[in-house]
Design a protein around this ligand. Structure first.
Ligand code: ACO
Length: 402
């Protein structure tokens, strides 16, 4: 495939492939997906095994460095991250400038972009020490930034990170804790969030990862590339889908919980009405992440929230869709986001914040891809071609003659 691609490039032919449905933009050794069989593996390890046995921090190490860490490597990695969780006091002031009701995704992206201005000592993509330092800074600071975006939105003071805590626990405390009160971490909630982060950690050349690679291909630094990836994830067809699912379920609930009427609106292709959380560009059988989440959603929701009416609607909606020819013919199955919003909501996160949680999970994947690209000798600046459909040539007319 790689040799054929090179040959075609020499002949001057252009492949017209909107949405890059069939275009391999790179080779990669990070994540393997078989869409027909519903297989997902990080560095060769099946997602089911990682979900069962691993932790988000270990999976982050695996994605970025290619191997599961030894105990020593994991301890070093964890303690390096713990030592970088603080934000510069000036960066904290950045949050004051945003309106209180700002969506947390652009706030997150802006603050990550601003890291380029605070950490000018680690910007050189060609310097491996710089890249390593930026990697640690991102993994450590992005959860702090995310938590502050939330605190800002509800008008509560920012907490300093507690570096004796793990990454997920620290994030939960920064988000939900209050300065004067001890924050008790709910182990069920921490474990569930850790699992969701593992399931979101990478997904090969998806829209946001391809964005990180494309921006990085110009040798833009890691912070700049990741902030662009965050904005790609913001869209409702990508990371924004987890919020959209919840809004859809709330809408069905407000209409009396009638899933049939909603499914018919989807099938009639009413403008802007899709079954959110269904369908995937690559998975045409089932999304293995959705399977894992569905298994745990019941357990988590009953523990955290004592059952959930929206979960009931989601299950009826899934059942209804999966027995309908419209969805069967188009191979539309629940994707990772169909059930995640319900879990995030039960944890106490507002709907707008769900996509930020997706970004926290996807961060190690973005970093791993950026680093892989930077060290791949085959990397070139990303520069797609086009089929020109505009005017051929015309002569300029002075304003008075138009
Ligand atoms: N609801 C209803 N119909 C759908 C849906 C859906 N969720 N998804 C696809 N279809 C239909 C399309 O209308 C189209 O039908 P047609 O052939 O009659 O025109 C057919 O299925 C193929 O759809 P495409 O849009 O061509 O599929 P594509 O691969 O481009 O889109 C996508 C994939 C964007 C995920 C799409 O399925 C979608 O919009 N899903 C809802 C949003 C969502 O859940 N996104 C999260 C994706 S996973 C992630 O980012 C973590």
């Amino acid at each position: 495939g790689i040799e054929l691609g090179k040959l075609l490039a020499k002949t001057g032919y252009i492949t017209y492939d909107p949405g890059f449905v069939n275009t391999g933009a790179t080779s990669s050794a990070i994540t393997y997906i078989d869409g027909e069989q519903g297989i997902l593996r990080y560095r060769g390890y099946p997602i089911e095994q990682l979900a069962q046995n691993s932790t988000f921090i270990e999976v982050s190490y695996l994605l970025i460095y290619g191997e599961l860490p030894t105990k020593q490597q994991l301890d070093d990695f964890t303690s390096k991250i713990n030592r970088h969780t603080l934000l510069h006091e000036d960066l904290k002031r950045f949050f004051d400038g945003f309106p209180r009701d700002a969506h947390p995704m652009p706030v997150l992206s802006s603050a990550v972009s601003a890291l380029s201005t605070f950490y000018q000592d680690s910007l050189d993509p060609a310097d491996t020490d710089n890249v390593e330092l930026s990697t640690i800074r991102l993994l450590a600071k992005v959860p702090t930034i995310a938590a502050y975006a939330y605190k800002k939105s509800i008008g509560q003071p920012f907490l300093y990170p507690d570096n004796s805590l793990g990454l997920v626990e620290n994030f939960l405390r920064l988000t939900f804790g209050l300065p004067a009160e001890p924050y008790e971490i709910d182990p069920t909630m921490a474990k569930a969030l850790d699992l969701l982060f593992i399931l979101h950690a990478d997904h090969e050349q998806n829209c946001s990862t391809s964005t990180v690679r494309l921006v990085g291909s110009s040798e833009a630094n890691l912070f700049a590339s990741i902030s662009a990836g965050i904005m790609a994830l913001f869209g409702p067809l990508h990371g924004g889908a987890n919020s959209a699912v919840l809004e859809m379920l709330e809408g069905i609930k407000a209409d009396g919980g009638d899933v049939d009427t909603f499914v018919n609106r989807v099938k009639n292709k009413e403008k802007g009405v899709r079954l959110m959380g269904f369908g995937h560009r690559v998975y045409k059988n089932y999304d293995p992440r959705a399977k894992i989440i569905k298994q745990t959603a019941d357990e988590i929701l009953s523990k955290i929230a004592g059952g959930d009416e929206l979960l009931d609607i989601a299950k009826r909606l899934e059942e209804r869709a999966l027995s309908d020819d419209y969805f069967v013919e188009r191979k539309l199955y629940p994707n990772v986001d169909f059930y995640t919003g319900l879990i995030y909501r039960a944890m106490g996160f507002p709907t707008q914040f769900f996509t930020v949680l997706f970004a926290l999970g996807r961060l190690p994947g973005w970093i791993a891809h950026w680093r892989e690209m930077m060290t791949d000798p085959a990397t070139k600046i990303g520069r797609p071609r086009q089929i020109y459909t505009g005017e051929k040539q015309r002569d300029y007319k002075p304003l008075s003659e138009r």
